[in-house]
Design a binder for this molecule. Structure first.
Ligand SMILES: [Zn+2]
Length: 298
């Protein structure tokens, strides 16, 4: 009986080893047969998003895409092409962002460059703002609350949809009203705290209906210290939109909402210097200028 078990164990182990060897050589063979095109070279402004179609030449190899060290939502490549949304940090004002496919061949990690984006400085201006004291100098209680909320946000950001899009038409700006604060400006609160504006502010009197910029899933609908009543929508492909300082929610977390569906009423909650809608767009980990997303279509 013991002998039989030994034999069985031997057969099972040798089978799985030989399978691994074949798989590896097939991947190696595939890699040898691929002719990688010359990396694409283009430009991107800091704090922008650009849609791109990259050749995805792999069949058996499962590659991930990284740009500037960040993983980019690759969706599900079709007919040898991957549609991706490349974003750049507001704070990196010069140099290049390299995009590369990364995959493992056995224990070795391979990196294949696919595109180079040269950064063009958008030269965002400096703005001085005055806000109530409780927001300029935070109490211990406020700091604790802010930390809790930030930790929850990080969890939400880590779980975004990256393998498909929930939208099938271009993004639309949420309001047509006057822009009261542009994206990207450096800000000095009460001549003290430096910050920067990571979204676009639209004029909106309290109670204005706020539509979603595109189809997506509500992944956050909560009252936060700085951003007030806040909704975040996951559109897939690493793209999120955020709506802040709202007065009333019209959705709950988990809802799937169509493009243009009303998600909330605008307001003046959180750190806000008057009624308005703050609209944030986050693409693959960077808060970008939402207008650059509108320009990119789908
Ligand atoms: Zn704002």
């Amino acid at each position: 009986m013991k002998k039989l078990i030994y034999i069985l164990v031997f057969i099972i182990t040798s089978c799985s080893t030989s399978q691994k060897v074949t798989q590896l050589s097939e991947q190696e063979k595939e890699l040898e047969s691929i002719k990688f095109p010359k990396p694409l070279h283009t430009t991107i402004e800091n704090g922008a998003v650009k849609k791109a179609q990259f050749i995805y030449p792999f069949q058996r190899i499962k590659a991930s895409l990284f740009c500037g060290g960040h993983e980019i939502a690759l969706g599900t490549p079709k007919d040898g092409l991957a549609t991706v949304y490349i974003s750049s940090s507001r704070h990196k004002t010069e140099g290049n962002i390299w995009c590369e496919y990364r995959f493992k061949l056995g224990k070795v990690e391979k990196k294949i460059p696919v595109a180079k984006y040269s950064i063009v400085n958008a030269n965002y201006p400096l703005r001085k703002l005055t806000v109530p004291k409780k927001y300029a100098k935070l109490s211990d209680e406020a700091i604790e609350r802010w930390k809790r909320e930030s930790a929850h946000m990080e969890k939400v950001y880590a779980e975004v949809i990256t393998d498909h899009a929930l939208f099938d038409s271009p993004f639309k700006k949420p309001l047509n009203s006057k822009i009261t604060a542009k994206y990207g400006s450096k800000r000095l609160f009460n001549d003290m705290k430096h910050s920067w504006h990571s979204g676009i502010d639209f004029r909106a009197r309290i109670g204005t209906k706020i539509p979603s910029a595109n189809r997506g899933k509500v992944i956050l609908a909560r009252d936060h210290f700085f951003t007030g009543k806040t909704v975040i929508i996951d559109h897939g492909m690493g793209i999120l939109t955020m709506y802040c300082h709202l007065s009333k929610f019209k959705v709950v977390e988990g809802d799937i909402i169509p493009k243009g569906g009303i998600i909330a009423l605008s307001g003046n909650t959180g750190r806000s210097s008057g009624p308005h809608l703050h609209w944030g767009v986050r693409v693959n980990g960077h808060w970008v200028n939402g207008f650059t997303l509108l320009n990119e279509g789908i």
